[in-house]
Design a protein around this ligand. Sequence first.
Ligand code: FES
Ligand SMILES: [Fe+2]
Length: 400
Amino acid sequence: MIESPISLDSLRRSRGTFADSIGLPPEVYSDEQFHRFEMEAVFGAEWLCVGRQEQIPNVGDYLSVTRAGEPLIVVRSADESIRVMSAVCQHRGMCLTANTSRSDDDMLDPPDLESGSARSFRCPYHYWVYNLDGQLVGAPEMARTTGFEMSDVQLPTLAVEVWQGFIFANLDHAAAPLAPRLSKLDEALANYNVESLITVDPMTIPDVPFNWKIMVENFMEMYHNSRLHHGIHDFAPSSGAWYQDYEPGDAAMFGFNETLEPDGGFNPTFKALFPPLPGTTMQERQRVVFALVAPSLLMGFQSDSAFWFYVDPTGPTSHALSMAYIFPASTVDLPDFGETLEEAIAGVSNFNRQDMPTNVATQAGMQSRFAPRARYSWQEGVLAHFNSWLVERYEAADGT
Ligand code: FES
Ligand SMILES: [Fe+2]
């Protein structure tokens, strides 16, 4: 139990629907103490997406990620199951996946999401070696140390669940399973074959200068589509937004934005650049789906492709943002795939050029003494759903 620095009564006013709730208190976007509370209440207790299963297809393949401030290794272990374990060496705490061959100059560059293939993990500091299950299997010059047994030393593990190809980890081993709480989203995505989609060119921006919730809100609400993105979003106007109702216990919030024509696309042609996703209906080809598996996995599905974003708070006013496209194998195999992908990425960057400065300016505004508690339009109803989900977590952690 950890006490919320903002009163629960105040937070509870953000529970409900767009019609009857108000925005969260502005301090939740910048207060240091509230950030620490939220890291425990939300990120220390919930399922956090750490990657996709097809990124580590073979035994020994691994991703090195940080979530909730914890350096982690996501690895395909010897029995082909996926394990998520701490990357903190149990000798004196060096991070196993740190790259010690980087020069001083490199250290100034932000590291990318690192990945690779390993037979074991050797700590660069004193060469303690761990196998793919995190068991210590080598430790030089420790034979004279009283009572030291390698078999006693194991990298701490996290609970793991794979849903639709996305790998989730939870610091709380007693957490309720995730999949049963995603059944409505499963139904909405049934024709998209999400499990079989393939991640292409994932990248991480380590220091996005605004609170993680501002990113989630901007990604999920469609009210701004016809306003901030006026002109470039006209193929999918805000008037075509619709959100699934949220009930306590749901782990996902999602909605649809109808497009004026089938096979629309976020690029200057307003048309899909790749073939439609196999198996989707005409109705599905005429809308975009935006989904959040709270707190940190954001997904978008268009007629011809899908994409994921992971948000990971790094402080009260900053987060790391990872992103990638996911495509069917049949699209990735097209001869002009690389070229078309570049065109698609250039198209999406037109939206980012408007969204990112808006988010930075929202962060500044929410730190003002004149910061509001929002009233919401129906076109941003999902924000009330997200707030309701958050308030449930704040309440559960506070326990008062
Ligand atoms: S800190 Fe890892 S071997 Fe010493
Ligand atoms: Fe936007």
